[in-house]
Design a protein around this ligand. Structure first.
Ligand code: FAD
Length: 489
């Protein structure tokens, strides 16, 4: 029977696709270059400290629930996700702070207190309404179907009534027409970084992200988000999916416009009727003489990150689960990342302390701290000397934002950077979200889910449609498995 599917990569998209294909009757083998599943959604443990090395907050839990249900499990009772409130504390220098609640009445009062300008409160409602309209439209079109699918008759009304000026216009401009407080502008200008983009070049459609986060919540998984991966891995194995770890696909053979065979780093050959690559299309481009996949130029890469994991002695009293310490000049920070392609002099620093919410992820009385700053997806800069310099800039920003000095007295500091992201997960140049979502082309016409040169080769994950971030990766698996259908179709 022609029913053998090979999935390259056991990232979130690979796991979801494997489960969905097995459910449709395919015999599925997953080949993963690493020694365990998860890809960028991964875990690091030391001395009782447990860290999610990638995502720390998920949105759209119902998208996760859809996958779990298909695999015969209940997302909510299995993982007991926790809706966070507040979502963030935002810091602007040493004294100015805004607590960003996930409850609209609390958020409204906080905006009133913080800004003192009624227009900023009105702006919040108008911006969320814009996000809601864009989300409604995307959910039925962009999030549910391949990019070039013809609009269905029932979606035409939605498309015609879409807020076109903002949807296709510039994201930063959209924020600035809604808010006048420079600090509140920074809060909303940060959202494009959820897909590795700059607010200066992103399209207004991304206004749906702050709406999604408030409307559907920002969630944490007790024990760490890696529990999602462990559960999906178990559910996939129960569905009959075979996993091969430490099996990097090194070459693919195509005959007559079809992939016929793959060879892994252990010298084994794998026959396939269909192949779904969870590796970025740019990775596939380098694996075949037939030049399948899609080249990703240096300046088309989404952002990467500089991450530090710290095991702290003692509690970080008074701190929230999530804190963002903004740089003084946010415009300059994005210019440095995307135009000058260098790590910012004054980076905005994100501090995630899951042990504030969940005692199981640190030894009793201690904390596990994840610190991240955005960086260009250029791995070559990251020598040990440069990493030390970048860490100092992060410490300086934390100090200027009135944060405690986590570093002196920490039990350990474990760092990751663009070079490590590239080496560990084959992320092109360390980019977290593949092709950057800049301009309407970069956002709406991402590398396609089916290969143009090999008709049985498909793609899933952050590097393809609809884009990066955990819920969109799961949507990508939904769309691609529907395109593939059942064996023999
Ligand atoms: C620091 C950081 C913070 C993040 N924060 C968030 C967040 O808060 N919220 C959120 O929603 N998202 C966040 N993300 C993004 C999220 O992690 C990703 O969008 C998502 O996990 C990507 O899933 P994917 O399916 O694209 O696969 P990936 O994670 O990219 O996995 C691809 C897999 O393919 C394997 N592979 C590649 N090439 C080969 C080959 N030749 N042979 C075999 N295997 C191969 C890789 O080893 C990898 O396991 C974050 C990511 C990072 C790194």
């Amino acid at each position: 029977m022609n029913n053998h599917a090979v999935v390259i990569g056991a990232g979130l998209g690979g796991l979801a696709t494997a489960i969905r294909l097995a459910n449709s009757g395919w015999k599925v083998t997953v080949l993963e270059q690493g020694s365990r599943p998860g890809g960028k959604l991964n875990r690091f443990e030391r001395g009782g400290h447990v860290f999610d090395t990638g995502p720390s907050l998920i949105t759209l839990p119902h998208v996760f629930a859809r996958l779990f249900e298909l695999a015969g499990a209940d997302f909510y009772s299995e993982l007991e996700p926790q809706r966070l409130d507040p979502l963030f504390e935002y810091r602007f220098g040493p004294d100015r702070r805004l607590t960003y609640s996930s409850q609209l009445p609390d958020l409204t009062s906080e905006f009133e207190r913080f800004s003192g300008d009624r227009d900023d409160v009105d702006g919040l409602y108008r911006f969320l309404e814009l996000g809601a309209r864009l989300y409604d439209l995307s959910e039925k079109t962009f999030f549910a179907r391949p990019p070039l699918a013809k609009p269905r008759l029932q979606d035409l009304g939605l498309l015609l009534s879409a807020p076109k000026r903002h949807a296709w216009g510039n994201y930063r401009k959209a924020v600035r027409t809604h808010f006048s407080s420079p600090e509140i502008r920074k809060i909303f200008e940060r959202y494009p970084t959820y897909v590795g983009a700059s607010p200066a070049d992103a399209v207004g459609t991304l206004a749906l992200i702050p709406y999604m986060e408030l409307a559907f919540g920002g969630w944490y998984i007790p024990g760490g988000l890696y529990q999602i991966v462990e559960t999906l891995h178990r559910l996939a194995a129960q569905a009959g999916v075979q996993f091969e770890f430490d099996a990097e696909v090194e070459s693919i053979e195509t005959v007559g416009g079809k992939v016929t065979q793959l060879t892994d780093s252990q010298g084994r050959s794998h026959r396939a009727d269909i192949v779904v690559s969870n590796a970025d299309p740019a990775v596939m481009h380098s694996l075949s003489d037939d030049r399948v996949g899609r080249k990703l130029d240096h300046d088309q890469r989404s952002m990467s990150g500089f991450v530090m994991l710290l095991g702290l002695n003692g509690k970080a009293e008074g701190l929230r689960h999530h804190t963002v310490c903004f740089s003084d000049d946010y415009d300059r920070e994005f210019d440095q990342i995307f135009k000058e392609r260098r790590f910012p002099d004054d980076p905005t620093v994100y501090v995630n302390i899951p042990s504030r919410t969940d005692e199981s992820v640190a030894p009793a009385g201690d904390e596990s701290v994840f610190i991240m700053a955005n960086a260009p997806a250029d791995p070559d800069a990251w020598t040990p000397e440069f990493e030390a310099e970048a860490a100092q800039r992060v410490r300086d920003r934390l100090a200027r934002s009135g944060m405690p000095d986590f570093f002196s007295g920490a039990k350990f500091v474990e760092c990751s950077n663009p070079a490590r992201l590239e080496a560990d997960y084959a992320a092109p140049g360390g980019s977290i979200y593949g092709q950057v979502s800049h301009g309407w082309k970069g956002t709406f016409f991402r590398p396609s889910l089916n290969d143009k040169r090999a008709k049985n080769l498909f793609y899933v994950g952050g590097g393809t449609h609809p884009g990066g971030g955990t819920p969109t990766v799961l949507m990508s698996a939904e769309i691609v498995t529907e395109m593939i259908g059942e064996p023999g179709q």
